[in-house]
Write a protein that binds this ligand. Structure first.
Ligand SMILES: [Zn+2]
Ligand SMILES: [Zn+2]
Ligand SMILES: [Zn+2]
Ligand SMILES: [Zn+2]
Length: 773
């Protein structure tokens, strides 16, 4: 590629080096011209939201990168289509075909796109309207492409540095801004507001004031002026550009299509938007009005105060929250509901409602869109003082979550929700959908997509937030570990919505053993009434002896719930294998219990663990524990008193008078280790006393009986704050229900830290033992 003098005459001059008035005027005029042209294009309906959605779909499935395609045009088989730096419609179609890997891109789509790039183009001093600039096209698609923002920055730079002098001049930078604005427009931002902000930023980019931008300046700018990144890497899955998030749904009551207003039909399938509850026939989806839900403020005027967002229909209660009279929802599409506060009203009652939305009953948990805004819209001063601008390029891990700023409503506790949609069968996915509606979808993270990090990063500086983990105990352990690693300035308290079976931790924290479709709004209200407890967590170090034998990998290095050696673990081991082999037999909690029983009884044949005390020694806080009078098949170390779905191996303690916590503290003052059986009798498990309960298990039958609640407990051996095992043969072990076979080794368990956990409100019934369970 050479350089073509005058080819970008349509827009010229440095936006931030406006040495003289005429220049400034010229520049703005050019810009207004382009804006107007874009606006006209929009009015002519050139590329609609559904076209844009289609385009993104294509890109999702395509394996090609813009850079690959660009090569073909620059010096490959497509070179014939290139006229200067421009391509005609035919070349453009070829570009799309190769880039999107689609043989027949719909004509209206490619035409609309082509026209959107036509801004008037100079080739050898002649304006050509029938071509588009290849760099513009490439820049546009590369902004949409996945990938690291750093790489995109470098790519866009090289794209426009056509003379390869390592420097962008004013008109080149301006063209990039225009492509960014184009993106912003699809995200429905207020472009006229954005333009001066971007220009100001561009001025700041030119660190040495040379009037042009070097690659180093450009990269540093992209990394330190977050707003660029908003446009370079905004998470596209939450598209925020008016697309509904459809899912098929059958309705148990008569429902009317938001588009054609005729009945969907009882028991017939329609589509319902997860975000706004807009409902349509399958056939009406293409013509649906854009989704009203915007997850963040896209314009300065939207920051701070939240307005109601009314959507027709969706009045499930059938009663008007304004006049308290019935809404006749069974005969036609009537009424309005607000997607944030969930008020339901008559159409006629709308004028009597104010504008301001307080987010309703769940306001304590909600981050309304008015509280989330692109950092680019923060005032200039705030932008400069933002933390990220102090980072150097080297220690930056660029992330889109840093592109959005959170400023929560005061006196609220925004909830960060993590959902493991694979937990608990279909329940997980349903919970994900429901929270997306109840809260701001930006508060709800699907763990299977990117794990916990994006959510933790997004909420990092939010004051007083809480976390809700929806999943099994394993998922909770994963989140706690991520919180550990994230090194947060403030460690938020964690609540649990247990999905699936065997959730001992959730049970101990009074969130129940497994969610069965209860009202999530009610659960969120319980959360408001919950209290913080600082739960101990324990490190496990396994030091194997040198043997030929191979061990399974140790599943975790931290104990949140319990650890065991011997029969208990071997049962869990076999259970685990059976469950993987015959998942259909394990589809309910009741059946799981029966299986445990069956294994436990057949376990008596399985004699690996007979006379465990002969192949194992135990030290508690440095002193050996005498096991000689016992005939053990297992030893369990408990942080929480519930194991394997609600069994209490420690057993009930007659509820002592007074405060349990106080009693434990009192004991602790005199003895770190308790082995005296009389004192042990009075001990109550406490997950925040920095001590573990050690229990001996005498026989397989006994354990089976404990699991099925026919019998209550094992032998209380000790309460201590440190424990070491030495084993002399291969034994089954488990941590938090994950079993493995371990060759002879030394195992050290020590206190690691405490995590703030939320304990649910006490249940109504008094059938409640111990401190928490
Ligand atoms: Zn919607
Ligand atoms: Zn319809
Ligand atoms: Zn509202
Ligand atoms: Zn009313």
């Amino acid at each position: 590629m050479g350089s073509w003098p005058g080819r970008r005459a349509a827009i010229s001059n440095y936006p931030w080096k406006q040495s003289s008035k005429p220049h400034k005027y010229h520049n703005q005029a050019a810009f207004v011209f382009i804006l107007r042209k874009r606006k006209m294009a929009k009015e002519r309906g050139l590329i609609s939201p559904s076209d844009f959605a289609q385009l993104q779909k294509y890109m999702e499935y395509s394996t090609k990168k813009v850079s690959d395609v660009l090569k073909l045009f620059e010096d490959g088989e497509m070179a014939e289509y290139l006229q200067g730096d421009a391509i005609g419609y035919e070349g453009f179609q070829q570009f799309l075909k190769i880039y999107l890997e689609v043989d027949n891109v719909p004509d209206h789509l490619s035409q609309a796109l082509f026209q959107s790039f036509q801004t008037g183009y100079y080739i050898e001093d002649t304006v050509r309207e029938d071509v588009v600039c290849l760099s513009d096209v490439s820049c546009y698609f590369s902004l949409l492409e996945g990938g690291r923002p750093e790489d995109k920055l470098e790519f866009t730079f090289k794209l426009y540095d056509t003379d390869r002098n390592g420097i962008l001049d004013s008109s080149e930078v301006d063209r990039i801004i225009i492509q960014m604005m184009r993106m912003a427009e699809y995200l429905d931002w207020d472009v006229s507001e954005l333009r001066p902000i971007l220009q100001q930023m561009m001025k700041e980019i030119d660190y040495d004031g040379s009037g042009s931008v070097s690659l180093a300046e450009w990269l540093r700018a992209g990394a330190t002026t977050v707003p660029l990144l908003v446009l370079l890497g905004l998470e596209m899955t939450l598209k925020d550009n008016g697309q509904h998030m459809w899912r098929p749904k059958r309705f148990p009551r008569p429902v009317y299509c938001n588009l054609c207003e005729s009945s969907i039909g009882l028991g017939k399938q329609g589509l319902s938007c997860n975000l706004c509850k807009y409902v349509v026939h399958d056939r009406c989806a293409m013509k649906a009005l854009p989704c009203e839900v915007s997850t963040y403020a896209k314009s300065r005027k939207d920051i701070g105060v939240q307005s109601h967002v009314w959507v027709r229909g969706g009045c499930e209660s059938g009663r008007c929250d304004r006049c308290q009279k019935k809404i006749r929802i069974y005969h036609s599409l009537v009424g309005l509901h607000c997607v944030w506060c969930h008020l339901e009203i008559h159409d006629d009652c709308l004028p009597a409602m104010g504008h301001e939305c307080d987010c309703g009953l769940l306001r304590d948990h909600i981050l309304p869109p008015s509280s989330i805004y692109p950092s680019v819209l923060a005032s200039g001063q705030e932008r400069k003082t933002s933390k990220i601008s102090q980072k150097t390029v080297d220690d930056l891990s660029l992330s889109t979550s840093e592109a959005l700023r959170i400023d929560p409503v005061s006196n609220t506790h925004p909830l960060l929700v993590f959902v493991n949609p694979k937990s608990g069968g279909k329940q997980g996915e349903r919970v994900l959908w429901k929270f997306q509606y109840l809260l701001n979808p930006r508060q709800v993270f699907n763990l299977l997509k990117d794990g916990p990090e994006p959510g933790l990063r997004f909420f990092r500086d939010v004051p007083d937030y809480r976390i809700l983990v929806c999943g099994g105990d394993g998922t909770v352990g994963w989140i706690l570990e991520s919180i550990d690693k994230a090194n947060l300035p403030f460690v938020p308290p964690v609540a649990v919505l247990p999905l699936g079976t065997g959730n001992d931790l959730a049970r101990c924290l009074r969130w129940g053993g497994g969610y069965e479709g209860q009202n999530l709004g009610k659960i969120l209200k319980d959360l408001e009434a919950s209290k913080v407890v600082h739960m101990d967590r324990w490190s496990v170090e396994v030091i194997p002896q040198q043997t030929e034998e191979k061990s399974d990998p140790v599943p975790f290095h931290i104990i949140n719930n319990y650890f065991s050696i011997g029969v208990d673990a071997s049962i869990a081991h076999r259970f685990h294998i059976m469950r993987e082999k015959y998942p259909e037999k394990f589809n309910s909690r009741m059946k799981n219990k029966l299986w445990y029983f069956e294994f436990a009884t057949s376990e008596s044949i399985f004699s690996t663990c007979k006379k465990l005390e002969e192949s194992l020694t135990v030290e508690i806080c440095g002193k050996p524990l005498d096991l000689s009078s016992l005939s053990l098949e297992g030893i369990a170390v408990l942080n929480i008193p519930s194991t394997h779905g609600g069994s209490n191996l420690w057993g009930d303690t007659k509820r002592p008078h007074g405060d349990v916590h106080g009693i434990n503290q009192a004991l602790g003052a005199t003895a770190k280790v308790i082995t005296d059986p009389d004192i042990l009798k009075t001990c109550v498990p406490d997950l925040s006393d920095k001590r573990l309960e050690v229990v001996g298990l005498e026989g397989a039958i006994e354990i089976g009986q404990i699991y099925t609640k026919l019998k209550n407990a094992g032998h209380r051996l000790a309460k201590c704050s440190e424990i070491t095992f030495h084993t002399t043969k291969t034994l089954p072990m488990q941590i938090d229900g994950e079993p493995w076979m371990q060759t002879p080794c030394t195992i050290k368990i020590t206190h690691r830290n405490q995590m703030p956990m939320l304990v649910g409100p006490p249940p109504r019934s008094s059938n409640f033992f111990g401190f928490l369970c």
